[in-house]
Design a protein around this ligand. Structure first.
Ligand SMILES: [Zn+2]
Ligand SMILES: [Zn+2]
Length: 252
C-alpha cells in the first residue's frame, strides 16, 4: 500500500478517535463535558471550564439586552425606556456564543439529550448562584406547532420545561400555538412582533407570578406574545427566562 492510498484511512481513523473522544466526554459521568478532565462530584464540568463559559453578567433588567459593564444594573436599556416590554423582567444567565451556543445547537437541532442535561444542570447551578430564588409560582413554556415538532421530532423547550418544573417543584403550564408562523430567523424586531402577534393561547388560569421559559432569547418578540397570552389567563407578574441571549440583537 502506498502512502497516498493509506492516508485517507489514517484520517478516517483519527476522525473516529476524535468522535469517540467526544462521545465519551458526553456520556461519562465524572468527566468534564468540555475538556474531558476528571470532575469532582456529579457535575458534568470542571471548574475552569465552568468559569470560562459565556456568562451574561451585564444586561438590561427588563429585556436582558447585553450592554457594557459600566451601565448601572437597574437602568433599563434605551429600547425598554421607549417601549416597555409586556413582561416585567427577565433572567438569562448565558450569552449565546462559544460552548453554550454549541450545546444549545446540539440540544435543539440534533436532539442530543445529554447536551440538554448539561444545559439544565448549568441553568440550575446558575439559579443557585443567583441572589435568592426566582419569585414565581409556575413555569410556562410554548409548544412547538405540531407541524414543526414533526419536522424536528423533538420539542426542546417542553423537554427543558418539564425538568426545570420538577427540579424547582413548580407546576408547568403549556401555551399552545394557534397557528404556524414563518421562522423568526433573519427578521427584524418589528417583523418578529408582527409575525407572532396573538398566536399563543394558555389553556387554564395561571397563578399571579409566572416564569416564561425559552431556550434562546433574541429580541423577545415571541416572549412578548407569550406574555400577553399569560396575562389573558390572569398572570400579573411575568418573568422571562432563557438559557442564552443573542448579543447585540438589535440596534438601540
Ligand atoms: Zn473542563
Ligand atoms: Zn431592555
Amino acid at each position: 500500500m502506498t502512502i497516498s492510498s493509506g492516508y485517507p484511512l489514517l484520517v478516517k481513523g483519527r476522525r473516529l478517535v476524535e468522535r469517540l473522544d467526544r462521545t465519551l466526554a458526553w456520556s461519562m459521568p465524572g468527566y468534564c463535558s468540555f475538556c474531558l478532565a476528571g470532575t469532582a462530584g456529579n457535575r458534568p464540568w470542571c471548574e475552569p471550564c465552568f468559569r470560562a463559559l459565556s456568562w451574561h453578567t451585564s444586561a438590561c433588567p427588563l429585556c436582558s439586552e447585553p450592554r457594557p459593564a459600566s451601565v448601572s444594573g437597574s437602568m433599563p436599556c434605551g429600547y425598554c425606556l421607549r417601549q416597555r416590554p409586556n413582561f416585567d423582567d427577565s433572567w438569562v444567565p448565558f450569552l449565546y456564543e462559544g460552548e453554550i451556543a454549541q450545546l444549545i445547537q446540539r440540544f435543539k437541532f440534533r436532539a442530543e439529550r445529554r447536551a440538554g442535561q448539561v444545559l439544565l444542570q448549568l441553568m440550575l447551578q446558575a439559579l443557585e448562584l443567583r441572589h435568592g430564588p426566582l419569585p414565581v409560582q409556575a413555569i410556562v413554556t410554548a409548544d412547538l406547532h405540531v407541524r414543526r415538532a414533526r419536522e424536528r421530532g423533538f420539542d426542546q423547550t417542553l423537554w427543558l420545561g418539564r425538568r426545570m418544573a420538577r427540579a424547582l417543584d413548580l407546576p408547568l403550564y403549556r401555551a399552545t400555538r394557534l397557528r404556524l408562523t414563518p421562522t423568526q430567523r433573519g427578521l427584524s424586531r418589528a417583523a418578529r412582533q408582527r409575525n407572532v402577534r396573538r398566536i399563543y393561547h394558555v389553556r387554564s388560569p395561571l397563578p399571579d407570578a409566572v416564569l416564561l421559559l425559552d431556550d434562546v432569547m433574541t429580541t423577545g418578540a415571541t416572549l412578548e406574545a407569550l406574555s400577553r397570552a399569560c396575562r389573558e389567563q390572569g398572570a400579573r407578574h411575568v418573568t422571562v427566562c432563557a438559557l442564552a441571549r443573542t448579543p447585540a440583537a438589535r440596534a438601540i
